[in-house]
Design a protein around this ligand. Sequence first.
Ligand code: ADP
Ligand code: MG
Length: 222
Amino acid sequence: MIKLEHIFKWYNIAGARSYVLKDINLTIEQGDFISIMGPSGSGKSTLLNVIGLLDEPDEGKYYFMEEEVLSLKAKKRTAISQANMGYVFQAYHLIDELTVYENIETPLLYKQHGSSERKAIVADLLDRFGIVGKKDLFPAQLSGGQQQIVGIARALAASPKLLLADEPTGNLNSKQGEEVMQLFKQLNDDGVTIIQVTHSEKNAAYSKRILNLLDGQLKKED
Ligand code: ADP
Ligand code: MG
């Protein structure tokens, strides 16, 4: 599904290259469940964002479903991410001015769904996550755990093949965090490929494969 070859990313600081990703080579198969771990500042979010087409490396090749995506025009890349990827962020990134219902609906607005089909999909997600009663509330009226559930429901609205999550339980209590991990496990069992960044060994234990980053480099896997 994903192949990264010799990916480098750097920032120019005082005329010198400061590397954030250094020669990343990585193959990820469809159906995998991966945890990216490593100390703060080691490049985890940058790597996840490169995979999610939210950030561009300075060098290297990236094949997503056999297609070399870095040389594509921005519009085509956006289309690929909208068709295939869902994102969950630590700080939820919900739109404050939209209700729970409208937040979950947003990824569907880019797809070729009619409004009744959109309604059915959102209703199904509200039901599945037990938040039907919250649909007309705004994010600020929800607890952190509830906001993250909405964030995950939104990420799943367009039925992504790949779910990318950057410390999805970082702002949750341990019970909420465990619920999110159970949900990820279920999604992965249903065929969704998942890549999560996590600091938690407990969360990482839900995944099938752990990638360790240190100073922008992947450590050899066990
Ligand atoms: P992690 O998610 O592992 O904590 P990040 O991927 O967010 O790490 O960041 C990796 C490194 O890139 C950090 O050292 C950070 O300071 C650096 N970095 C990120 N953005 C910039 C920027 N715009 N300019 C310079 N350095 C940056
Ligand atoms: Mg990070």
